[in-house]
Design a protein around this ligand. Structure first.
Ligand code: ADP
Length: 256
């Protein structure tokens, strides 16, 4: 059985964390849009060691029909961790945690989706965590909102998410799995940056009121940073389509 070693300290004498980051530093983030052909929209997220794939289908006819709503689309979300996504094999059957995360991720995205435009339909969001290392619900929200945009689903705003926590008595951004396990607190936050509106806030552990204010500011600022990376990822997809179309036009022109 895999035996994890408890780190001696989460912050070294230079104020750096286990992976060399500063307290207010995000992990490396890579976002890609439109990577699955079969889905209406898709995205791939890397945040530190997290590797997450999101596929969006819809709006499409509600099935089974009785779940349809007369005034808006039904948004459904499934967060699933692959059996090989953790150190020890995870059961492929849906766990209580995955059911809870599916619900909170859906609730973090719903305020942004203009679901009233598509009554009697469903919008399905499938999240597959291929590798997890703490903060996977936030990375999943960031990716799901990109996949929704890629599917052409009208939204008020993208949703950007990041967790902030407390390790070694200090507020720290974007906790890894080890920091989450051996730290004192973890607070995932999702934001609609255009509206400065928080759509998810959860808390595991505790903060003093001052720590809470500092942590929330840090999370909101980092969500805004993530929002910029999301916008770049969306633009890159459309620039590559434009380049492809131009190349095609050129080759067709030269073939004449
Ligand atoms: P989040 O990933 O949003 O931080 P949690 O705080 O519940 O959600 O989980 C923290 C981390 O714990 C996950 O990212 C993952 O690395 C690890 N983890 C979660 N569930 C399991 C599991 N069943 N087996 C092993 N590790 C897990």
């Amino acid at each position: 059985m895999f035996q994890e070693k408890r780190p001696e300290t989460l912050i070294d004498s230079n104020g750096l964390r286990l992976d060399g980051r500063k307290l207010d530093q995000l992990r490396q983030i890579k976002l890609e849009v439109g990577i699955l052909d079969k889905a209406n929209g898709s995205a791939y997220v890397e945040q530190g060691k997290n590797r997450i794939l999101v596929a969006v289908y819809g709006p499409r006819e509600a099935h089974p029909k009785h779940i349809a709503l007369p005034d808006r689309a039904v948004v459904r979300c499934r967060y699933h961790m692959a059996p090989f996504s953790t150190e020890e094999r995870k059961s492929p059957a849906p766990s209580r945690r995955e059911m809870e995360l599916s619900k909170v991720i859906r609730e973090a995205l719903e305020p942004a989706i203009l679901s009233e435009i598509y009554p009697r339909t469903t919008i399905d969001i499938f999240i597959e965590v291929l590798q997890s290392d703490g903060g996977s619900r936030c990375a999943a929200i960031t990716g799901a909102s990109l996949a929704l945009a890629d599917a052409g689903i009208p939204m008020k705003s993208l949703v950007s998410a990041c967790a902030v926590g407390k390790i070694g008595g200090q507020i720290a951004l974007d906790l890894s799995d080890l920091e989450d396990k051996y730290g004192e607190a973890d607070m995932p936050v999702a934001l609609m940056p255009g509206f400065n509106a928080i759509t998810l806030i959860q808390m595991d552990g505790s903060f003093t009121p001052d720590e809470f204010a500092k942590a929330l500011d840090m999370a909101v600022e980092s969500c805004k940073q993530i929002h910029e990376i999301q916008k770049t990822a969306l633009k890159e997809k459309y620039l590559s389509i434009k380049e492809e179309a131009e190349e095609k036009e050129e080759s067709e022109g030269s073939g004449e």
